[in-house]
Design a binder for this molecule. Structure first.
Ligand SMILES: [Zn+2]
Ligand SMILES: [Zn+2]
Length: 344
């Protein structure tokens, strides 16, 4: 009986409807007009969209268990681990750093815009280093392992990634004066949008969302981020406002002629939980073990994935440069032929 009750609580928790149930029970619908009330209405959106995505896939006979199995297993494992390991990094960083804030902000609209720009910057920093520092990639790669895109991917994370992300994002925001209530509102909006951008082609085929593609980061941009195509690797690190990708030169549109290949570039077994969850850590340990000298061993920890002490690097930068060179060489004869044809 207790098992069924726990399972029921887990489902309610996953759907994010506990607060709504409470409102219905008490009949105090005025609560829905408060900020907390609005959050309680928006929270279940992504879980329900995920259910809709699954139902639609089943209806159109496109449902494949392997598309959802791994994110589900990761979600369950994380829930299990977090029962023993509760890390409240956000609260810890706020308590530690609030007194060092450069200045104070309030809940005014212009501070909201300022806070969002700072939040996106902090998100960019966490995410960029999650791709460019091998140790952090070990924490982030679980999220990139799925070979298809659907809303369940939003739940696929290594359990230590959240504390790593929270320390960087909260510290930068608090030091830059984003006050905690403002930070929580931004985190909520960003978390909801950050989940939604994982919507699969099954539910929304063209993730560009029309004109929105020009002004914010859409599911299309995040699909590009999850791609292992050389041109798409290590691009679109932002979450909602993609200004920082444009500033730092990591912005990339989805090309209609280039089919997205989801996943990570190393050889892996996408159906093995151990490989998806610990594969990168194992790879790092193996590289460190074989590397000569302490300096090389440490370099493996901090250099980008694909860096090699032998000089034979296969980093995203190297792979992309080779791809672009090849594409340019392939274009040259075609361009010469076109010019020759025009001359004749
Ligand atoms: Zn990423
Ligand atoms: Zn993602």
């Amino acid at each position: 009986m207790e098992v069924i009750q726990t399972l029921f609580q887990e489902i309610i928790g996953f759907l994010g409807i506990s607060q709504l149930i409470e409102v219905c029970k008490t009949g105090n619908y005025k609560v829905l007009l408060t900020l907390n009330g609005i959050f309680s209405v928006i929270s279940p959106l992504v879980p329900f969209l995920l259910l809709l995505e699954i139902c639609r896939a089943i209806f159109y006979k496109k449902f494949k268990i392997e598309d959802y199995k791994m994110p589900f297993l990761i979600f369950v494992a994380n829930r299990f681990i977090s029962r023993f390991l509760s890390i409240a990094m956000v609260a810890f960083c706020i308590g530690l750093l609030e007194k060092y804030a450069l200045f104070n902000t309030s809940l005014k609209w212009y501070w909201f815009i300022y806070g969002y720009v700072i939040w996106e910057f902090s998100h960019f920093i966490y995410h960029y280093f999650g791709h460019k520092v091998r140790l952090f990639w070990c924490l982030h790669s679980t999220h990139h392992a799925p070979q298809t895109m659907n809303l369940s991917v939003t739940y696929a994370h290594f359990f230590l990634e959240a504390p790593y992300a929270d320390v960087i994002r909260t510290s930068i925001c608090i030091l830059m004066g984003v006050n905690p209530p403002l930070l929580f509102i931004i985190m909520f909006i960003d978390g909801t949008w950050g989940s939604f951008i994982h919507v699969g082609e099954n539910l929304i085929k063209d993730g560009r969302l029309g004109f929105l593609n020009k002004i914010i980061l859409t599911p299309s941009h995040h699909r590009v981020h999850h791609a292992k195509n050389p041109l798409y690797m290590d691009t679109n690190f932002c979450n909602l406002l993609n200004i920082w990708d444009k500033v730092f030169g990591t912005f990339q549109h989805e090309k209609r002629e280039m089919q997205i290949e989801y996943g990570i570039s190393r050889e892996m077994n996408p159906n093995s939980f151990l490989d998806v969850y610990f594969g990168e850590l194992y790879g790092l340990w193996k590289d460190m073990r074989h590397a000569p000298g302490i300096k090389n061993k440490l370099l493996y920890v901090v250099m980008p994935p694909g860096w090699s002490h032998t000089g034979d690097h296969k980093t995203a930068k190297v792979v992309k440069a080779a791809f672009l060179k090849e594409a340019q060489q392939a274009q040259q004869p075609a361009a010469i032929k076109q010019t020759a044809d025009q001359l004749i």
